[in-house]
Design a protein around this ligand. Structure first.
Ligand code: AMP
Ligand code: GLY
Length: 453
């Protein structure tokens, strides 16, 4: 059995800070490329970019790295796992072909079809003109227009009607970024319901399903404003109970892993399903081939058993030998603190104050997402700056702790959503209220019970 001692984490965001933090707690000596001001405090940062695959291979060799864990999707889609494995280096993540599950929405749809996995109905078009013609000819219902290739969350347009859908197709046709991407355009039926994230670790045969989370993709409170990479997350989400999670595993995750193997594209790494809980049951919105960010931060603070054992075993394709992971009871909440203007381009280099006071709040971990050290002081270095994460015995209490820490932190223009986890907290209250005898023994005024006065 391999127990990696020296682990390289590839990436520089909040997800990678959380991975480096957990792997070092599990006993690994951690290197991060390129890392951020947060990882610098717990690991060794190395100035190699995530897309410089030859330099990463050389780094892993020179530094005698036992295992590499890849955070972001771009190097996976570009073939980092293939390059490492060809060089005889152990690595956690899917091959370039398997990462097409995230990198190509069309490939994803084909796999879902093969596995008979529930997802939105769709049509594929090779040109904007063909998509335009189709939209004009069909009934005017809500649709989602998507560019086929990786577009960092920007190639998706949720459209209320035909007019909006035609405008989205025109935007894709005009934008060189999408015109040069894989080329295809998908038009999908719009699904309605609650959106949740379910991740699993798999070695291609065995699958370990992780607790369900909910992300907050819209920029502003009340799910208003532009789509972002995620403004906060919480774990577990009460929208997915144990029975639904078992159903998602059986009808979505397992058939997808099998369909990938049957297609001769075995998937190993993190299988991350973005799901819509519709009135007809859970349906796949998308798959990602990596941990979510900020989902990873909210997840890992609750993982009591070893992450290192899971990623080690996945790299060796012996995940069945690892006991099921154990989770801290209660809940976790991650609040993303963003720079002025995010998700548009944000100013960089602003000194961040109050990090120590925030980290001193009980149950709180301040993961850095886009920071760097300038003369020894952490400064902002991008849009999503920090992922302030708290654990406690309930969602409401974890939320309180996270925002208590957030209040300690400041830099000019820094902001966050104020309502992270509120949907989950409301849902918990509904569940409690609907349980028979949930409030038995609580005296109520007669008028409210409907008893004759
Ligand atoms: P994707 O990158 O495909 O996950 O899309 C980004 C976001 O667009 C998702 O997180 C959803 O909020 C939304 N979305 C994508 N596809 C659909 C759909 N078929 N129906 C409703 N919303 C969707
Ligand atoms: N938080 C969503 C993602 O990582 O894609």
């Amino acid at each position: 059995m391999t127990q990696s001692r020296r682990v390289l984490v590839v990436g520089g965001g909040g997800r990678e800070h959380a991975l480096a933090w957990k792997l070092s707690r599990d006993g690994a000596e951690v290197l991060v490329a390129p890392g951020n001001a947060g990882t610098a405090a717990i690991a060794e940062n190395l100035p190699v970019a995530v897309d410089d695959i030859p330099a990463l291979v050389a780094l892993a060799r020179d530094r005698r790295v036992d295992l590499t864990v890849v955070g972001p999707e771009a190097p996976l889609v570009a073939g980092i796992v293939d390059a490492f494995e060809a060089a005889g280096l152990r690595i956690f993540g899917p091959t370039a072909r398997a990462a097409q599950l995230e990198g190509s929405k069309l490939f994803c749809k084909k796999i879902l079809h093969r596995g008979d996995v529930p997802t939105a109905m769709f049509r594929e078009f090779r040109s904007a003109a063909a998509a335009h013609k189709y939209l004009e000819s069909r009934e005017d219902t809500p649709v989602v227009v998507k560019a086929d290739g990786l577009a960092a969350g920007k190639g998706v347009f949720v459209c209320a009607d035909r007019e909006a859908a035609l405008a989205a197709v025109a935007t894709l046709a005009d934008d060189p970024q999408f015109a040069t991407a894989a080329g295809g355009i998908l038009v999908e039926e719009r699904l309605d319901g609650v959106e949740v994230s379910v991740m699993a670790i798999t070695d291609g045969r065995t699958i370990v399903t992780l607790p369900p989370l909910q992300d907050h993709k819209a920029a502003y409170d009340g799910d208003q404003g532009p789509n972002t990479g995620g403004m906060g997350a919480y774990c577990p989400t009460p929208f997915v109970d144990a029975a639904l999670l078992a159903d998602i595993e059986a009808r979505i995750l397992v058939p997808t892993v099998h369909a990938m193997r049957r297609a001769k594209v075995p998937f190993h790494g993190v299988l991350f399903a973005g799901l819509m809980l519709t009135s007809q049951g859970p349906k796949v919105l998308e798959f990602n081939a990596r941990f979510g960010d900020p989902e990873c931060e909210a997840l890992l603070v609750r993982l009591e058993s070893s992450l290192l054992d899971l990623v080690d075993a996945t790299a060796d394709r012996r995940l069945e030998t690892v006991p099921p992971p154990t989770w801290r009871p209660g809940a976790s909440v991650t609040v993303v603190m963003a720079a002025e203007g995010y998700p548009a381009a944000a100013p960089k280099g602003r000194p961040i104050r109050g990090l120590d006071a925030a980290a001193a709040v009980e149950g709180v971990h301040v993961f850095h997402a886009a920071t760097r050290l300038a003369d020894g002081i952490p400064v902002t270095d991008g849009g999503r700056v920090l992922a302030v994460t708290a654990v406690d015995d309930s969602l409401a209490r974890a939320k309180l702790r996270a925002y208590t820490a957030v209040k300690e932190i400041r830099w000019p223009g820094g902001w966050c959503r104020k309502d992270i986890a509120d949907k989950g907290i409301r849902r918990e209250r509904e569940i409690l209220a609907s349980e028979p005898d949930a409030d038995a023994g609580v005296p109520r005024p007669l008028a409210e019970t409907g008893d004759p006065a």
